[in-house]
Design a protein around this ligand. Structure first.
Ligand code: PLP
Length: 397
């Protein structure tokens, strides 16, 4: 089952363990070897012995990861990078100066920063907008628009956008639709099946799942885009190390069981938070009151392990939310998400500090907004931990 194309017919849990990976032909090792070599012997000048000549251009451990990720997303091509940001930047580098991108208004702060502080310098223009109404997205298309970029569920407000409807808009206007699938993972949502052109991931998160790798990937079945991305991977060189590729491959093997438990535990905590008097609002696509619930129920197999909620902070700024986070003993106060361990953070001053205050306000990222990445610890310990946080927040009011 080595190539992504050979994986057709197998289901996600099987692909996560086997796609792109055969027992090693020399030793029979059932786990993919970590090939650390930077260069590969040639049979003569420019006479390649196999598919590899130099590890920036290609590496067997990286190929295994790329094929596994491509198979999981239903893509024909996988292109791995040294971080999610490097993957996103490479996708944007397929555009040129003077082009315009429509971007969802609720995206990871670092994504906003790539558009606002990096790509802008090279003449790439971006409009951030709420993508809930596909008709408005259609109206916002300019003659120089080339791409629609959306994160769903989004970070940190857990907004949900209709991928199939956006794909329709993109197709009619001959635009590329890129979906950041980091929050959902292919276990819960496959954007390419819904018509997206490409998927980007921070493999740092659920795909690796153990908070010990920084990595990224782009997956697509668009041959032309894949060629450009392979070229950029080699030419710009933002590649992951073979060791990190191995680590992500190892993490992927348990992705299905991990995600199922993340979803189950998140549901319990959403129930707790929804009933709590200190919580003004819970943001979770699984709630029937969530504006994107019907779309999420249609396009996702489960609602994910990420929860955001608004803690009542009165006129005390971030003091009650900071007290909440400091009191936690099981959740760790840290950025990032998707690991086995539960994390809690304050987007306004942590993950989304790179947004302008106006952009934060427009997105609804206030002093009381707390984002939880629900891990795999015992659910009763997680419930008790949140109680600990609420008691500390009340004392700070
Ligand atoms: C949704 C999303 N996309 C992309 C990224 C960037 O990934 P990385 O940190 O691996 O560069 C992040 C990081 O938090 C993220 O949350």
């Amino acid at each position: 089952m080595s190539g992504a194309g050979n994986s057709l017919g197998f289901r996600a849990d099987t692909l996560a363990i086997h796609a792109g990976q055969e027992p090693d032909p020399i030793s029979g090792a059932v786990m993919t070897p970590i090939v650390l070599a930077s260069t590969f012997a040639q049979d003569g000048p420019a006479v390649m012995r196999g598919p590899y000549d130099y590890s920036r251009a290609g590496n067997p451990t990286r190929t295994a990861l790329e094929q596994c990720l491509a198979a999981l997303e239903g893509a024909t091509h996988g292109i791995a990078f040294g971080s999610g940001c490097a993957a996103m930047t490479a996708v944007l580098m397929t555009l040129k100066s003077g082009d315009h991108v429509l971007v969802g208004d609720d995206v990871y702060g670092g994504t906003f920063r790539i558009f606002d502080k990096v790509m802008k310098q090279f003449g790439l223009d971006a409009t951030f907008m709420d993508m809930s109404d596909p008709a408005k997205v259609r109206e916002a298309i300019r003659p120089n628009t080339r791409m629609i970029w959306v994160e769903t569920p989004s970070n940190p407000m857990l907004k949900v956008f209709d991928i199939a409807a956006l794909a329709e808009v993109a197709k009619k206007a001959r635009l590329t639709l890129v979906v950041d699938n980091t929050f959902a993972t292919p276990m819960l949502q496959r954007p390419l099946d819904l018509g997206a052109t490409a998927v980007v991931h921070s493999t740092t998160k659920y795909l690796n799942g153990h908070s010990d790798v920084v990595g990224g990937a782009a997956l697509t079945s668009d041959k032309e885009l894949a060629e450009k991305l392979h070229f950029l991977q080699k030419a710009v060189g933002g590649v992951p190390s073979p060791f990190d590729c191995y680590m992500v491959l190892r993490g992927l093997k348990t992705l299905g069981v991990r995600i199922r438990q993340h979803v189950q535990s998140a549901k319990v905590l959403v129930d707790l938070l929804s009933r709590h008097k200190q919580v003004a609002r819970v943001f979770y696509p699984g709630l029937e009151s969530h504006p994107g619930h019907a779309i999420a129920a249609r396009q996702m197999k489960g609602f994910g392990g990420m929860i955001s909620f608004d803690l009542r902070v009165g006129d005390k700024g971030t003091a009650p939310s900071a007290a909440f986070l400091k009191a936690l003993r099981v959740f760790t106060c840290a950025e990032s998400l998707g690991g086995v361990e539960s994390l809690a953070e304050l987007p306004a001053i942590m993950t989304h500090a790179s947004l302008t205050p106006e952009a934060r306000q427009a997105a609804g990222i206030g002093d009381g907004l707390i984002r939880l990445s629900v891990g795999l610890e015992d659910i009763e310990d997680l419930e008790e931990d949140l109680d600990r946080g609420f008691r500390a927040a009340e004392a700070a009011l």
